[in-house]
Design a protein around this ligand. Sequence first.
Ligand code: K7E
Ligand code: CUA
Length: 665
Amino acid sequence: MRLRFWIVNVGLLILGVLVGAWFLSPTSQDQVGAQDPLRGVMQARNLSLDDALAALRTYTPTGVPDEYIMFASGGHSGHVLVVGLPSMRILKVIAVFAPESWQGYAVGHRETEEILKAGGKEITWGDVHHPALSETQGDYDGQFLFVNDKANGRVAVIDLRDFKTKQIVKNPLIYSNHCSAFVTPNTEYIAEAPQYSMPYPVGTYAPLEQYKEKYRGPITFWKFDRTKGRIVPEQSFAIELPPYWHDLCDAGKRVSYGWAFCNSFNTEMAVPNILQMKMPLEATTARNEMDYLHVINWKAAEKLVQEGKYETVAGMKLIRLATAVQAGVLYLIPEPKSPHGVDVSPDGGYVVVAGKLDPHATVYSFQKIQEAIQKGLVEGKDPYGVPILKFDATKAAQVELGLGPLHTQFDDKGYAYTSLFLDSAVVKWSLGEPYFKGDKAWKVVDKVPVHYNIGHLTAVHGDTVRPRGKFLVALNKWSIDRFAPVGPLHPQNFQLIDISGEKMQRLYDLPIPIGEPHYAQIIERSLLKPFEVYPQVGFDPIKMAADPAHTVQPGKERIERKGNTVEVWMTAIRSTYTPDRIEVNQGDRVIIHLTNLERTRDATHGLAIAAYNVNLSVDPGENATVEFIADKPGVYPFYCTEFCSALHLEMAGYLLVKPRTQAMK
Ligand code: K7E
Ligand code: CUA
């Protein structure tokens, strides 16, 4: 009985397995698809198991927000990109250094045009390299984002309550910053050092023959007032540095709090002269075997300013080089030639420098740097009298990583990740104590190819005191063959990499079709608390407060004329402008205050007056003001540029500008 039971059941089981195997074996795609839809899709689309797993790890269903948010530099578009992870969906482009018509940024809108003008001359583009999220105790707090404009020596402040640019400051001492924006651990300051040294202040002339005497590379520490949400130039200061070309900086954290580390190249102080010398700058700036890491005690510099030991140049408090050296604010350490990238480990104990022309990462120990300073372990002074600490006395390790190492990020397990430009790869390696000991320390453990020519890389909170691991994004300069061809100007390629396991796994490619991204930072989304609509009707996004003086209450819409100024007090609500007819005379100054009365999420209205190069984007509850001289006679329709309702096309009106001759009558 029992034996028969077993024979029958085992027989049935074997039959079942055979039948199952027959069904699942690759026959026709339709058959497979019907039995196992997942395998059906994989076969139909020619996907490997790894491809399918990558898709499952990144796919984010509709209505589900991403877990992480990446703020990426938009390069020479002048904008900032906001991307959700792991889906890699682009959520927003924040207009910063260039007019942007979707957001109504600096196209007629009075306040944002003012922001963009900061710096005097009208400049309509910027080159964003390094976004920096505001930090509290060395970790992102989700309140503000700062970005630099490498081209014009500017720094911008973005408020993350509404993801809008609030302020742009122009550095009076420099052009072309690169070491920027980098914040100190409590966002006390935002650092900005020049890429290309020059005579200062901006506008000073000195021939290149006087490079060594007249050119300098001051680093500025912009003071940030968190409650106002603004940089305060009057409380900011700069430290004069030798005329090397400054690359990048990172602020010390935890044990190294109060210090900053900036690398530099062209310590040869070569100047361009290719026609006569028959030598390009790329050769003349790479002759020295070593360049210099700058070690800066910004806390001590702050004290010098409090003691009045500065001069004021073009409104900026400037600590002279000699003063800085004397007070122990500035030291140099040799670093392998032409470095790019300096990154402080999460515990603040190590400073990682990568040399473009050296296959190693050079790691300095903060403790050894301090000992070298205390014991006076110097190998000499540079031509400007800055003490040079001994390389061997400050070095913790040199780790051979591969070709063209640039930038480094960290995870939650004691590993560092470095981009390899020439190898087109990301390499994962272990740090030393307290993370790893003995022969486990300073070891390459994994390497993954990326496509292609990676510049920066960024991991979740990967440059803070508390990296989260999980994901890393490779910011690749070239995409070459990764996407459908779209002409000779190719997109860049962001590659999402899973770093939660031992081996890195590439998950997703995101083409970037606007500007050339450099750095990016990834924050946990739960730390961001943006408005869904402005908190009350009549909100001014620049003041980040209600603006009763310019709020138009429903029923109080009107047009007032005072001399040649016509002031229009207008409201917008689906699908009506009140008033919808504006009659002025040629030459009148026209001011339109527009209040969006909506309280519904997403109910944004536009206001396009194309003939006057105006387009507003007014979010629910927002106030905006437009000002222009009506110098062109004629009849100009205006309309709403946001498809706000079924009758959106009816949201329109006319601006009539009476010609001067007729207006006289
Ligand atoms: Cu492109 Cu930080 Cu300007 Cu490196 S930078 S890649
Ligand atoms: Cu308002 Cu369309």
